[in-house]
Design a protein around this ligand. Sequence first.
Ligand SMILES: NC(=O)c1ccc[n+]([C@@H]2O[C@H](COP(=O)([O-])OP(=O)(O)OC[C@H]3O[C@@H](n4cnc5c(N)ncnc54)[C@H](OP(=O)(O)O)[C@@H]3O)[C@@H](O)[C@H]2O)c1
Length: 222
Amino acid sequence: MMTRIAIIGGTGALGLGLALRWAHAGLDIIIGSRRLESAMEARETVVRRIREHTGQQPRVDAAVNPDAAAQAGVVVLAVPFAQQQAVLSTVREHVLGKLVVDTTVPLVPPKVGTVQLPECGSAAVAAQLALGDATQVISAFHNVAADSLQSLGSLDCDVLVFGNEKQARERGLRLVEAAGMRAFEGGPLANSIAAEAMTSVLITINRQHKCHAGIRITGTEC
Ligand SMILES: NC(=O)c1ccc[n+]([C@@H]2O[C@H](COP(=O)([O-])OP(=O)(O)OC[C@H]3O[C@@H](n4cnc5c(N)ncnc54)[C@H](OP(=O)(O)O)[C@@H]3O)[C@@H](O)[C@H]2O)c1
């Protein structure tokens, strides 16, 4: 059985989408927010949507971010890039020795259709540097649209998972698959730069075609 998953920023577009998908798959999740009231509202949304879809009661709880991180074995970070470091500092001590899944794309408004990467290379590397070596960071979900996740319909996209340890990447693959998508290992955390940069390309496509574009890995069946 999978360990409990905390979603820091689980009230937001991506975090709520992941919460819905994992709750739908029967995983045990806890939604984190800066405000307990917001986390509880998001929890109610998940409970209502999952009951409507499956008739089942999902395993979902709510807490402020540091408490959510403390109560979980896997901690997913789903906050805007501008807030990544500040939010990490509020959960740092509670994620020591745990697996952290960073979803951050280093978008710099207003030019979100232009690739603008941080000095250290990528948001994922920035998270690992902030948390230190005792905590294992992987990154994923950069190229999936929150709206598509929240729809709970079938998903026409793949997800790349980056991390320095194979075992950690494999845990990431299982989380992606539980959320209803195909997952591929993308290599070490340094490679996260590729998926993070791709998001601005997808945003450009979305604007032109009024869609929620994703990526597909082809040619893997040979
Ligand atoms: N949206 C997508 O389709 C998508 C796709 C792939 C990757 N991503 C990445 O996923 C991350 C989250 O994206 P999102 O669209 O879900 O973001 P969002 O909805 O704008 O924000 C997510 C959550 O971050 C928290 N937050 C916002 N401002 C904050 C602040 N000043 N300080 C601390 N926390 C703050 C809020 O939670 P509380 O107010 O409850 O604390 C908010 O609900 C981003 O890094 C994004 O690049 C997004």
